[in-house]
Design a protein around this ligand. Structure first.
Ligand code: SAM
Length: 273
């Protein structure tokens, strides 16, 4: 029988594979659509010059790149992510900018590559839904935060209120089952269990909700951006069925532009002093 550790390792490798594969389309097409979420994370973090900040699940570096000029040369920003390809793009993006206080590092939320109490703020923008062992992630966030340090995560709401979750869950029904359950865009729609895990670890947090969103010109461009890469391995029949199901659920009139209304939950907290 497989141990839990082996299952989690396999699941992390599967996650990394997905993010590596979509890294280019993410930077080109998704990053700009998620910008309002990243802005709200940064606003809630109330960063100040001199702060040390961790951007956990930094992806292509959006939140880290905004944090770096705020904390300035007296502070430091670390962007950590388990996907080497997402990190490569984050590094390329930062290369043209003058942020000597910003570095990117391979690492996951379950095992953060940092010393105890080394950050004034931990940010996790749209990344914690993909974490395999969320209790371990809560403990790790608490460990690396200094007492009184701030925690801000963004997670999607449930499919009924969040079109990107509806899209992904509808398409995902046609894919082979993932190696673990409870991981994916809607995994923290009910944030209460994770808030309890944070509290147990020493972070008192609550949820603040915002209606945010983005647009696509038509169904085909949305499909290409949000499912083109992830459904590429499906056989033609399954891919056609997935496409038809998403179109029926989200473009009932067929074509034309569509606004994705994405209710976003911000989990905002502090490490208890
Ligand atoms: C939707 S992207 C968000 C990227 C970025 N924070 C942003 O807002 O653009 C999700 C990110 O979570 C990362 N991720 C997946 N599993 C993770 C884990 N166990 N720990 C930390 N990050 C993880 C992925 O590699 C990916 O870069």
């Amino acid at each position: 029988m497989k141990t839990e550790e082996e299952r989690d390792e396999k699941a992390l490798a599967w996650q990394v594979g997905v993010w590596d594969r979509i890294s280019e389309v993410y930077l080109r097409e998704i990053d700009k659509r998620f910008a309002p979420v990243v802005d709200q994370v940064i606003r809630r973090a109330a960063l100040e010059p001199g702060h040390n900040v961790l951007d956990l699940g930094t992806g292509t570096g959006a939140a880290a790149l905004l944090a770096a000029p705020i904390v300035g040369s007296a502070g430091q920003v670390v962007g950590a992510d388990p996907s080497p390809d997402m990190l490569d793009l984050a590094r390329q993006r930062a290369a043209g900018l003058d942020h000597p206080n910003l570095k990117f590092q391979l690492g996951s939320a379950e095992a953060i590559p940092a010393e105890d109490a080394s950050f004034d703020a931990v940010l996790a923008c749209l990344s914690l839904m993909y974490v395999i062992d969320r209790a371990a992630a809560a403990r790790e966030c608490a460990r690396v935060l200094r007492p009184g340090g701030r925690f801000v995560a963004a997670v999607w709401a449930r499919a009924e209120e969040c079109d990107i979750v509806l899209f992904q869950q509808t398409a995902g029904r046609f894919a082979p089952p993932p190696p673990v359950s409870g991981v994916g865009p809607g995994a923290l729609a009910d944030a209460a269990p994770f808030i309890s895990q944070l509290a147990e670890a020493g972070i008192e947090a609550h949820v603040e909700t915002e209606s945010l969103g983005f647009d696509f010109d038509d169904f085909s461009s949305a499909w290409e951006v949000l499912a083109g890469v992830t459904t590429a391995a499906l056989d033609t029949e399954k891919r056609t069925e997935a496409k038809a199901a998403v179109q029926a659920a989200m473009w009932p009139d067929g074509k034309g532009p569509r606004h994705f209304l994405n209710t976003t939950q911000f989990i905002v907290g502090r490490k208890t002093p």
